[in-house]
Ligand binder design. Structure first.
Ligand SMILES: Nc1ncnc2c1ncn2[C@@H]1O[C@H](COP(=O)(O)OP(=O)(O)O)[C@@H](O)[C@H]1O
Ligand SMILES: [Mg+2]
Length: 229
């Protein structure tokens, strides 16, 4: 069952009289519980595509359906609800709040959603166990290594229990060892929790952790390969 459907998506950036097509008719779908990599050289449109799936940007033409919702048609109010409940975002930079503790960082999305303190604390601690940081909950976010900070960001992305995680170069700032830890964690989130993950990367070493790889080049899909299953 597809949980993400991308239908003939075009994105044309305009600046003055110039037009730059970043996506030129991209179509594919992602099944529930799949771990998909989107790969391609810098400038091929990966971030633009992920942002359109996540409702952070709108296509110029074409559309996307995510968990049964046609995302580009949502109003800005509906979009914030959609993003809060349906998508967990993970970026290259971890964007943790430096003056908050690790567990407070993880709790943030639930705090914003108005979840009572005790309930969100309990859930945040459970998520920190899942990402292997149960013993770091009360440290300051900035006291952790880069790899640990990214795992905190992943726990935070899971806080509202979204079915989908969208990750844009999540290992871009990590060394080889932490890259493996983070990508194995994504694999586990699919296998054990049934999450659907779309990960943008230009690290081809990571493809072996995924179910399928979608290759982008110059704004077009040039190939889709099954890696495992
Ligand atoms: N806001 C923008 N305005 C104009 N051009 C943009 C904008 N965002 C991205 N682009 C261009 O679109 C192309 C695709 O960008 P991007 O999706 O960031 O690629 P990738 O993530 O694969 O490196 C690039 O050539 C980039 O310069
Ligand atoms: Mg990018």
């Amino acid at each position: 069952m597809p949980i993400i459907v991308v239908e003939d998506v075009w994105k044309i950036y305009r600046s003055g009289r110039f037009e730059y097509p970043a996506l030129k008719g991209v179509s594919f779908s992602v099944d529930e519980g799949e771990f998909v990599a989107v790969v391609g050289p810098s400038g091929s449109g990966k971030t633009t595509l992920l942002n359109i799936i996540g409702g952070l940007d709108k296509p110029t033409k074409g559309t996307v359906y995510v968990a049964g919702v046609e995302v580009p048609r949502l109003s800005s109010k509906e979009l914030s609800v959609f993003r809060n409940r349906t998508i967990g975002f993970v970026f290259q930079t971890f964007n943790l709040v430096p003056y908050l503790s690790v567990v407070e960082n993880v709790e943030l999305p639930a705090a914003i959603a108005g979840v009572p303190r005790r309930i969100r604390r309990e859930r945040a601690l459970k998520l920190l166990e899942i990402v292997g940081l149960g013993d770091k909950a009360h440290k300051r976010a900035t006291e952790l290594s880069s790899g640990e900070q990214q795992r905190v960001a992943i726990a935070r992305a899971l806080m509202n229990d979204p079915p989908i995680i969208l990750a844009d170069e999540p290992t871009g700032n990590l060394d080889v060892k932490n890259t493996e830890i983070v990508v194995s964690l994504f694999r586990r989130l699919c296998d054990d929790l049934g999450k659907t993950i779309v990960m943008v990367t230009h690290n081809l070493e990571l493809i072996r952790f995924c179910d399928r790889v979608i290759k982008l080049r110059d704004g077009k899909v040039i190939g889709i390969e099954v890696v495992r299953r």
